[in-house]
Each structure stands twice: as C-alpha cells, then as structure tokens.
Design a protein around this ligand. Structure first.
Ligand SMILES: Nc1ncnc2c1ncn2[C@@H]1O[C@H](COP(=O)(O)OP(=O)(O)OP(=O)(O)O)[C@@H](O)[C@H]1O
Ligand SMILES: [Mg+2]
Length: 508
C-alpha cells in the first residue's frame, strides 16, 4: 500500500524553535560543505537541523564565525539529536579542516563516555574509517585522531577535564546547564590562539540546584536582544541562540507537546524512547525541563497577572487625592501610555488616562501642553500633581526636555533608570498579590488588554525582569505606565499645590 506523504522532518528551525536569535552581520555560511560531507557519511539532516547548522556556521564578511565571540547556545530537551547533530558537524569539520582541535566536554562522565562511544561507532562507518588515524582511550583521556591531524578530545568536567589545554579551535560544552563561570574562565582561554574559534553550549533548562548561571545569563541576553529586535531596533549580536520547548503550562501527558518540544519525535525518536527517558527522570519537574525543554523561568512568569486577580481589584470610584503621572514609551516610540496613580488610604489607585493616542513628536508636544494647562485658579496640571515619572527608550529625555520647556519644574520630572524600572515592575507585581492596588472597573480597555497579555521577561543576571508582551501585537506600555505611576506614588516626596498664592489667590 502506498504510504501517505509524510511531513516529518520537513519543518524549518524557525518553525520548530520557540526562540531563535541570530548573530548580526551574517554574510555567508560554512554549512553547505559540512552538509555535503555529512551526506557522504550517510547522514541526512532534517530541515530544522539544516537551519541549525546554517546558523552555527554562519560567517561575517571577514570569514570569521558570526557567533565566534558570544558563542552558540542551544537549549533543547533530551532525545532530540543534539549529540547526533553537533557530533556529525564536528566530524565533518575535522575532515574538512586539517589540524582542527576540538575539546568536547560534558558535565557527567557517563555522558561524555556515551558520546565517545557514539563517536567511536561513527568513526567506524565505511566512509569515515579511512579518515581515522586512531581512536584512543587511556587514563581517562579519550581521543579521536584523524589522518589529517585533526583531533577530538573528550572528557567530563566533573572530573576536572578540560583545563590546561591550548590551541583549541572548537569547544563543545554538553550539559551546559551545569557549568560555572569559573569552569568557563578556566577553559575558554584555550581558544585564544585559534584564528576562528567556535564555542558551543548545549543543554536542557537547568534545575534550581544546577549551577546554571552561564546558560541562564546567555539565554537572558538572547531574549533581551530578541525583544529589542521585535521592537524594531537593529541590534548587534555576536551569539546564536535557539530554544526548543513545549508550552510553559504543557500537560505532561499530551503527545502534541512532545511533538512541539522534539522535532525528532516520532519519526526518529519513538514514543518508547520518550517513555524510557521519563522513567529514569526523578519526577515531573525534571521531565518538564529535560523531557519538554521548559524553563522554570517561563512557568513562573507566563500569564503573570491573572484575569481573576485583576478583576478582584477593580473599583467603581476613584479617590480625590493628588495624582502622580507617568508615561511609558515602547522602544521604537510607536506606542506610548499615560497613567496616573492616587493614594487611597493604604491602597494606590492606578488608571490609564486617555490622552495618549499617537506617538512621538505630536503626542509629546500635546502631552507637554496638557501638563501646562491651568485650572480656574491658574494652577497648572503638573503643579497639582506629585510628580511625573517617565521611562522607556531614548524618547524619555526628549519628553523631559519638552516638559521643562513648557514650564514644568525639573524636580517634578523623574526619568526612571533601569534599576528603578525593575523595582517599579516588581512593585506592581507585589502589590497586585497583596491586593493594595486598585483600578477602575470600566473604561480601561487598553490597560485591561495589556495586563492580560504581559509576562515577566528576564533581564540581566540578578533575576531582574520587566513587563513584556507575550503576543507580537500586544502592548506592554499601559502595564508599564501603571507600574511607574504606582512606584512614583509610593516614593515621591513632592506635594501638590492646591490653591493659588498671593494677590488673594489663597483666600479665594
Ligand atoms: N538526522 C538524523 N538522522 C538520524 N538519526 C537522527 C537524526 N537526528 C536525530 N537522530 C536520532 O535521534 C536520537 C537522539 O539523538 P541524540 O542522542 O543525539 O539526542 P540528544 O539530544 O543528544 O539526547 P540526550 O540529551 O539524551 O543526550 C538518536 O537515536 C539519533 O540517532
Ligand atoms: Mg546527547
């Protein structure tokens, strides 16, 4: 019977990857030569692997690897083909480039032994064997020597293997989720003398107890770059990052989620292999990370503000206290949001104001004029407030300047620095949990929509995060704006002016 056409293995990397961040300045790729060599060995890559190889070996116009500085970072769950794909690429490179020196380490001896065994088998293939000089295994040192002088050396980092080498061209860190900065500092200088070094980190999302800071930091850097690029910024990038994984809240019994996380399932890796892996993993949490590639960081953050919580904190009446104002811009300046916050006893009432349409020049000018408007006592709007808090991209200083030109006193205008932005986002999160913020129950469609789509996006190394939209057309600026307004309301030392002074103004 004729088999129905199968789509297995035909998806592109960009289709299977949750995140894909390419280095900038790509002019060519060393991939075709490697792919063709692998074909000679009898290896046929699936389409996503083709994309992976193309990205890993991408070069700049000077012929150097585009990710040669920042490295290749691959977060993929177990049993997808990491060892297979990268191992094959390394073999092909060793044959193509004489005297190439490769250092391949895993955290566990068991893993590096397994990889070595796989490579030994690979080296025996009919098309490869003629290129092999010797396969050596002595005193914990495992090596494959090629006739052209290339070498692959294997070992486990848990045994201290990897230090003290020099003139290495390629380093592969398997189980990169268990890798300290210290170990890295000891190993990376070995590539300093190489003309075109390449460092590959591959692993699964780290456990809370894993020393995963190297892997996590690079992931956070990549995600931050992805975000800025999504906002339209052109960002220099010297690394390649890709992440495959199931949904953060995946049902562990759902085969579709396995398919999402593992592009080799089921045509190369059968269900039985997944079950076997699940059996040897300690618990569901381990399976979620290692079997489905889900980062704990995403589970904690996705759907950060629940619909129920938000609805519980809605009120029908706004307090009469003096407002602070805040403005947030998207990085590209195309979106902005204006918000206000007012103390209400222990609570802070936050709302989005509607005079925020449009963006940039006209919007900013209009906004500055709005703050300069006077009431019947001749007191300007800004002077009736307890401060104006601005953040977001390069537009904040421009607005601050326009406000000053419109007569707003300098000390009324605060442009939040990065730590203050993180503090403000965290404050909204804390106060939502504590139930000490409130917001209007009606007329806040844009804010309501924003709140329902924001997630906590990790920024930097110390667990800092900021609001970001999960959906490409979502808008984080209203949620940011109420965060800044809340932060302003809680921290400002300024007080609003209520009555006009002099000329009898105060007694009127
Ligand atoms: N293009 C391919 N051709 C043939 N087999 C493939 C291909 N891609 C993946 N595989 C197979 O997928 C299976 C898993 O591969 P591999 O052991 O490399 O996974 P891994 O991601 O390193 O897993 P682990 O994290 O458990 O080490 C192997 O049986 C491998 O042969
Ligand atoms: Mg492996």
């Amino acid at each position: 019977m004729k088999q129905p056409p199968t789509k297995h293995g035909s998806k592109k990397l960009s289709e299977v990857a949750k995140h894909l961040v390419l280095p900038s300045g790509i002019a060519s790729t060393g991939w075709p030569a490697v792919r063709d060599k692998a074909k000679e060995f009898g290896v046929l890559f699936d389409r996503w692997q083709d994309g992976l190889g193309r990205g890993i070996l991408a070069k700049r116009s000077n012929g150097l690897y585009a990710a040669g500085i920042g490295g290749i970072i691959i977060s993929i769950c177990r049993q997808v083909g990491k060892t297979f794909s990268i191992g094959t690429i390394i073999f092909a490179l060793c044959i193509l480039f004489p005297r190439l020196k490769v250092l391949w380490t895993a955290h566990l001896s068991r893993t590096s032994d397994e990889t070595f065994k796989w490579m030994q088998g690979f080296a025996r293939r009919r098309k490869i064997a003629p290129h092999i000089e010797q396969v050596r295994q002595a005193n914990g040192q495992q090596e494959i020597h090629f006739k052209n002088g290339s070498r692959i050396m294997f070992g486990a980092r848990e045994r201290g293997f990897g230090r003290g080498f020099d003139s290495v061209d390629i380093e592969v860190f398997d189980e990169a989720q268990i890798l300290t900065q210290k170990a890295l500092d000891d190993m990376v200088p070995a590539t300093n003398a190489s003309k075109n070094p390449l460092i590959i980190f591959m692993g699964t999302p780290p456990k809370p107890t894993d020393p995963g800071e190297v892997f996590r930091t690079r992931r956070n850097e990549a995600l931050a770059i992805k975000k800025r690029r999504a906002d339209g910024e052109v960002v220099e990038c010297d690394m390649f990052y890709t992440e495959l994984g199931a949904d953060p809240k995946a049902d562990l019994e759902d085969k579709m989620q396995v398919e999402k996380a593992n592009p080799s399932f089921p045509h190369r890796v059968p269900w039985e292999s997944i079950l076997r892996m699940r059996k040897i993993l300690a618990d569901d949490e381990s399976y979620r990370r290692e079997g489905l590639g889900i980062w704990d960081d995403d589970r904690e953050s996705s759907g950060a503000i629940t619909e129920t919580r938000w609805a519980e904190l809605a009120v029908n009446v706004a307090p009469e206290t003096d407002p602070v104002y805040s403005i947030s811009f998207s990085i590209d300046g195309m979106r902005m949001a204006l918000a206000a916050a007012k103390l209400n006893g222990e609570n802070v009432f936050v709302e989005q104001l509607h005079d925020d349409a449009g963006a940039l020049e006209d919007g900013m000018k209009r906004l500055a004029a709005w703050f300069a408007e006077k009431d019947e006592n001749g007191i300007t709007r800004w002077r009736r407030s307890r401060g104006i808090f601005i953040s977001g991209s390069s537009h904040a200083p421009t607005l601050a300047q326009m406000l000053r030109r419109a007569g707003v006193a300098s000390k009324w205008v605060t442009v939040l620095n990065t730590p203050q932005v993180f503090a403000a986002c965290q404050m909204l999160d804390n106060e939502l949990k504590a139930g000490t913020v409130e917001h209007p129950s009606e007329g806040q469609e844009r804010l309501d929509a924003s709140v329902s789509t924001v997630m906590k996006e990790p920024r930097g190394k110390q667990g800092a995060w900021a609001w970001a939209s999960v959906t490409p057309d979502g808008d984080e600026t209203p949620t940011e704006a109420i965060s800044f307004a809340l932060w302003g309301a809680r921290t400002t030392k300024l007080s609003a002016k209520k009555h006009a002074e002099g000329e009898g103004g105060a007694i009127l």
